[in-house]
Design a protein around this ligand. Structure first.
Ligand code: NAD
Length: 308
């Protein structure tokens, strides 16, 4: 059986896959004709289109290494009887810790101070905020949103408000998170807004100028969900005109983000290359999770995390 790995994965995991299967790693996997040769593929952000799936001859499973499956045409996979799996929960610690990193970095102006000192400048007048007892708004209270809420509550005595019409009320109660029924309520009240929703028709451009205008001028926005959830032109306007204090994005409408994106010129903006979910530990867990799903399919069992 041939397993094509389309994006870089942890080396220990590649070796483990090679104990049972013939493994083709990138960049070779992208050069060969995976659509004709692969029995299974592992993808992180590599896009799988309707046309790709039509051309596949042996492919039985697309094992997503991660949670969000918006890079895979799920309807076409179903039409072509190809199983799609993911690895929920395996990177949520990593993303949740990264959210805290971004909030603290923005509140304390860390990138600017780092740059100043490296340029030989010493500027000690602080224009930064504490996170202690701030009000945090989470949009999406699934795996990652829930972990973020626990860290903020336990570590910073923060007051957490969340908007997620699909999460049961018991989860809000268990986490001691206040439930709101509209995004507007959350935007008006919070010092930090952090996004933890999948990208779909309902969440596309969920944060655009009207929403940014409702946020406090001292507030910050964190997007570690998906690029399309925030309208980047509107975010630039809000940051440039100091409608909000600062923002950080780990994900962009187009990845890699264009070098000349106006957002990248701003002092009050932090960018990172979609690495929220990628720690050494989580990469191993996600890789092994993808392998478990593949093993199950080749042993005629139901994979632990089947989506299609
Ligand atoms: P999850 O499925 O556990 O949680 C998503 C939550 O969003 C669910 O509770 C759902 O009810 C809620 N939701 C869906 N549509 C909504 C809407 N219209 N309004 C409000 N809430 C809505 O997923 P998760 O593991 O918490 O991950 C969330 C997202 O984070 C993923 O879909 C993925 O896009 C992104 N992610 C990014 C990285 C990264 O490296 N930056 C890593 C992992 C996940």
């Amino acid at each position: 059986m041939k397993v094509f790995v389309m994006d870089a994965i942890n080396e220990d995991v590649s070796r483990k896959i090679a104990e049972s299967y013939e493994v083709i790693l990138p960049p070779l996997s992208r050069k060969l004709d995976w659509k004709k040769e692969a029995d299974a593929i592992i993808v992180r952000t590599f896009p799988i289109t309707k046309q790709d799936l039509k051309e596949c001859t042996n492919l039985k499973i697309i094992a997503k290494h991660g949670v969000g499956v918006d890079n895979i045409d799920l309807i076409a996979a179903q039409e072509n009887n190809i199983i799609v799996t993911n690895t929920p929960g395996e990177n949520s610690n990593s993303v949740a810790e990264y959210v805290i990193t971004l909030i603290l970095s923005l509140f304390r102006n860390l990138p600017s101070y780092n740059n100043l000192v490296k340029q030989g400048k010493w500027h000690s007048l602080s224009t930064s905020f504490e996170l202690h007892e701030k009000t945090i708004g989470l949009i999406g209270l699934g795996d990652i949103g829930s972990k973020v809420s626990r860290i903020l509550k336990n570590g910073f005595n923060a007051n957490i408000i969340a908007y997620d019409p699909f999460t049961p009320d018991e989860q809000f109660k268990k986490l001691e998170v206040q439930k709101v029924n509209s995004i507007s309520e959350l935007l008006l009240a919070c010092d930090v807004i952090s996004l933890h929703v999948p990208l779909n028709e309902a969440t596309k451009n969920m944060i655009s100028l009207p929403e940014l205008l409702k946020m406090k001028p001292t507030s910050i926005l964190i997007n570690v969900s998906r690029g399309g959830v925030v309208n980047e032109d509107d975010l630039y306007k809000a940051l440039n005109e100091k409608i909000i204090f600062a923002a950080a994005c780990d994900v962009f409408q187009q990845e890699p983000v264009e070098k000349n994106s106006p957002l990248l010129t701003l002092e009050n903006f932090i960018a990172s290359p979609h690495i929220g979910g990628s720690s050494i530990e989580s990469l191993k867990r996600m890789g092994l999770g993808a392998l478990k799903n593949i093993d199950a399919v080749f042993n005629n069992q139901i994979p632990p995390n089947q989506i299609v």
